[in-house]
Write a protein of this length. Structure first.
Length: 279
């Protein structure tokens, strides 16, 4: 701080440092041994987060195979064809969230390859699509749709209503249909190709409407196979939800420990104990 004060220009109310003065600032780093010890301790947290993500990815790959076995990825047979709206509803109606701040998910929060939505905020309710636990959020605008931005909502309280970007389509499985089915439909390459073909608008601002996305046919799935898929998907998604919650806790712990370790306010041995207890 004293360095900054001595190099600062301008008035007391609006001091500033020139680029050349910033280059003259001296900083003190921990010795290389301490830096490696810190990296080792925090690396254990990153490793656990990576393992959790690997498990979630494996679940999704397995369930994508189970989804394909239902026949929904194939071109529909005229004898068994049905509109997908017999399984999933698009932009279902929900009451306005209660007064006060509501959960809000923006486009940046949607993942591109896994179901779990890692971050969200709260804001005063404004116009936009509404969703609940068990819903799928699908980006409808270019290039987010092409990039695979899609997420499954499982982080809210039962009955709680959240808000999303106006560039989302909300997909919800109908009663009697596994809630996870809407997510795997949204990830299905054939369905996504259909949605992309139906995008309209000027270059760079093209989007697909919920009505056009819903105008899509699939083979009618066998009821028993659909129920079996639901049981397997529910168990996997429940476990993934707990892994995602653990990863958020571990990431917050990592971000809290780093500045304390680098400044010397926390000893590496003490941090090792904290990390050991957390993992």
């Amino acid at each position: 701080m004293e360095q900054i004060k001595s190099l600062a220009h301008g008035t007391d109310m609006a001091p500033y440092l020139s680029l050349s003065d910033q280059k003259r600032l001296l900083i003190t780093l921990p010795n290389i041994g301490d830096q490696r010890a810190v990296a080792s301790v925090l690396g254990a947290l990153d490793d656990k987060i990576a393992v959790n993500e690997c498990i979630a990815s494996t679940y999704e790959q397995l369930l994508q195979c189970r989804y394909a076995e239902l026949g929904l990825t194939e071109e529909p047979n005229p004898e068994t064809a049905m509109l997908v709206t017999g399984l999933v509803t698009f932009n279902p109606k929900l009451a306005k969230p209660a007064a006060g701040e509501s959960i809000y998910v923006d486009m940046a929060a949607l993942p591109t390859r896994l179901a779990s939505i890692p971050t969200w905020t709260r804001r005063v309710p404004k116009p936009g699509p509404r969703f609940m636990n068990g819903d799928t959020l699908l980006a409808r605008i270019t290039p987010c749709l092409e990039n695979g931005k899609t997420g499954y909502v499982d982080f809210m309280e039962d009955g709680e209503v959240g808000l999303g970007s106006t560039e989302f389509i909300v997909m919800r499985s109908l009663p009697g249909v596994p809630s996870e089915l809407s997510y795997f439909l949204a990830r299905d390459s054939r369905f996504r190709a259909h949605a992309i073909r139906n995008m309209v608008g000027t270059s760079g601002r093209q989007r697909v409407s919920a009505v056009d996305a819903a105008n899509y046919q699939v083979n009618r799935p066998d009821a028993d196979a659909l129920a079996a898929f639901g049981e397997e998907a529910s168990a996997a998604f429940t476990h993934t939800k707990s892994l995602q919650a653990e990863s958020r806790t571990l990431a917050a712990l990592r971000d809290t420990l780093l500045p304390q370790l680098m400044s010397g306010r926390l000893r590496v041995k003490d941090a090792e104990k904290i990390v050991e207890d957390a993992t």
